[in-house]
Write a protein that binds this ligand. Structure first.
Ligand code: NAP
Length: 268
């Protein structure tokens, strides 16, 4: 099998680490691997299977002779470097929000719209992780019986904000347990022993950016109410939702019952 020359931008981050685990774990056919990050991490070594690979600073020359670049270093880095990588002949798979709503860039969830990948012009985006989880679960139902409306709440751990947020939760939890004062840096409020009912910045329309990403990226719900919240946990992501379909079928979804509530009615 042909091996690919692969680069990861953001290799020292949480998502970059997952990319490495998946590529190694699935024995992706790799001819060569390049690991990139910022100048802060240049010279660090990361394990890639049995190899130790030196991390390099990302530069416009990083993508010469590369077939596939996986980006997970934030939107600004993707905005700047992805077109350079695509121009050098690589296929970019971008994990940030930089190109998700760009009409020229396919937004692909392999379990949902794999064929859209064929229309790429060098850059392929993947949606926000909450959107991916939701559409993977709902798309099979949608195919059977079109969904009219989704009401969804997400419960997201701090891992979704990256390595710095894991450190913040850890430090704050220690300080709170020692009865000491907590000064938030990554989040606007204390996250330890707390749930933040907001993720990302508030937009002029009153939604948070995270909520709006779910609306826009899902692209198939005509009405959506949701309330993403940040949970004081290190790594997990969960979603609860109520789905309203156009017609009743043999598949019936029930909303969760609260204690003391009468039996739920099927959503029609
Ligand atoms: N965490 C998640 O669950 C998740 C899920 C979906 C999408 N994403 C997206 O993935 C991206 C990374 O998230 P993360 O959680 O992995 O963040 P993270 O742990 O903070 O890691 C950030 C990575 O970006 C690199 N970086 C920062 N500035 C850079 C620059 N100027 N040039 C090159 N590399 C730079 C960092 O390198 P240094 O180590 O040198 O600073 C690090 O490797 C974000 O766009 C995020 O929205 C995250």
């Amino acid at each position: 099998m042909k091996g690919y020359n692969v680069a990861i931008v953001g290799a020292t981050g949480l998502v970059g680490g997952e990319f490495i685990k998946v590529l190694v774990g699935r024995q992706f056919p790799i001819a060569s691997i390049q690991l990139y990050a910022s100048d802060r991490s240049a010279g660090r070594k990361l394990s890639f299977g049995k190899e130790e690979i030196e991390v390099k600073e990302t530069s416009p020359q990083s993508f010469d002779h590369i077939d596939i670049v996986l980006f997970s270093a934030g939107s600004q880095v993707s905005h700047y470097f992805s077109p350079i990588a695509a121009g050098a002949g690589a296929v970019v798979i971008d994990n940030s929000a930089a190109f998700r709503m760009d009409p020229e860039v396919p937004l692909v969830v392999p379990e949902v719209n794999p064929d859209d990948v064929k229309s790429h012009r060098g850059i392929i985006a993947n949606p926000n992780c909450s959107t991916i989880q939701m559409v993977v679960a709902l798309y099979p139902l949608h195919k059977l019986n079109p969904i009219k409306r989704i009401i969804v709440d997400t419960y997201q751990s701090v891992s979704g904000t990256g390595l710095a947020a894991l450190g913040e939760l850890s430090n704050q939890a220690r300080l709170v347990l020692q009865g000491r004062e907590v000064l938030p840096h990554v989040y606007p409020h204390q996250v330890a022993f707390n749930v933040l009912p907001e993720i990302d910045v508030f937009l002029e329309n009153g939604y948070t950016k995270e909520e709006w990403k779910l609306v826009e990226e899902t692209r198939k719900s005509c009405m959506l109410r949701k309330s993403p919240s940040r949970q004081p946990a290190f790594v997990f992501r969960s979603i609860s939702g109520i789905v309203r379909r156009y017609m009743l079928s043999s598949l019936t979804l029930f909303p969760r019952r609260r204690r003391g509530e009468s039996s739920p009615r099927p959503q029609g």
